[in-house]
Write a protein of this length. Structure first.
Length: 263
């Protein structure tokens, strides 16, 4: 057989293999190279929701979205994003989903899922600050993350007008570092994060007065209604078979087993 004939047959076979591979990926979300990737942007400064441990992303949100992708026939590819630029990362296609302490009030023009978890914002301080109530914040320095749910919660509370100085940080980790190092007297932070850190490190105090409750959602690029339907179907399935409740019990001991959506 002439060489050019051999090359032609090989090319035809390769093209057929490639077409079969592409068809498999479209039909089942996988193929020769494994499941289709679903790129998810996370806020890595919110333990136990999402944070880095030994160089790997982990936490409730990370485990939740990995399972979510799996039930959609995909594999989650976790990317840590600058939370201030989260909408840009989603709009420019760097990520397909955003998860990480995101509430409906922060969503702007993004496409948002139904809630998957409820929470609240709290004031966290040190046990030697002398701050035991919101009213004690008068004249004090308060830190918070720019663009966070806490920013909106504070603006709607009368305590805001009494604060001596409001110090803004790029993420919750930086705000909490400011508290540890004495640059602020207290921080406004996600309640789950505050309780997690208070257990891990001594010397923190969480005020008993919570700010208004909130519901966490997942964000998608505006107009991506097909993906939204797939995501919410998987969310419903995870809720119905108890996966979400089991995950809540793992990361938030003592919390109600059902999500806010199921109540």
């Amino acid at each position: 057989m002439k060489k050019w004939t051999v090359f032609l047959l090989a090319a035809v076979a390769a093209a057929g293999l490639l077409a079969g591979c592409q068809g498999s990926q479209q039909a089942g979300g996988g193929g020769l190279f494994g499941p289709k990737k679903l790129t998810v942007g996370v806020n890595a400064s919110l333990p136990p929701l999402s944070f880095e441990e030994n160089g790997e992303a982990t936490g409730f949100d990370v485990e939740y979205v990995r399972e979510l992708a799996s039930r959609m026939g995909m594999e989650a590819k976790i990317e840590t994003v600058d939370w201030q630029g989260k909408a840009q990362a989603l709009g420019e296609g760097e990520v397909e989903l955003l998860i990480g302490g995101l509430t409906a009030s922060q969503g702007g023009d993004l496409l948002l899922t139904k809630p998957y978890r409820s929470g609240s914002q709290v004031i966290m301080t040190t046990d030697y600050s002398g701050i035991t109530r919101k009213k004690d914040l008068a004249g004090k320095r308060l830190g918070l993350c720019v663009g966070s749910a806490g920013e909106g919660a504070l603006g709607a509370d009368e305590a805001a007008s009494q604060i001596g100085e409001l110090m803004q940080y790029p993420d919750s980790a930086a705000a909490l570092a400011g508290l540890r190092e004495g640059r602020v007297d207290a921080v406004l932070v996600d309640g789950d994060t505050a309780r997690y850190l208070a257990k891990e490190e001594p010397g923190y105090l969480i005020l008993p007065e919570e700010f208004s409750g909130e519901q966490y959602v997942i964000a998608l690029q505006s107009g991506n209604d097909k993906l939204l339907g797939q995501v919410e179907a998987a969310m419903d399935e995870m809720e119905a078979d108890g996966f979400t409740g089991t995950l809540i019990a793992k990361w938030f001991p003592g919390a109600p087993a059902e999500s806010e959506e199921a109540k």
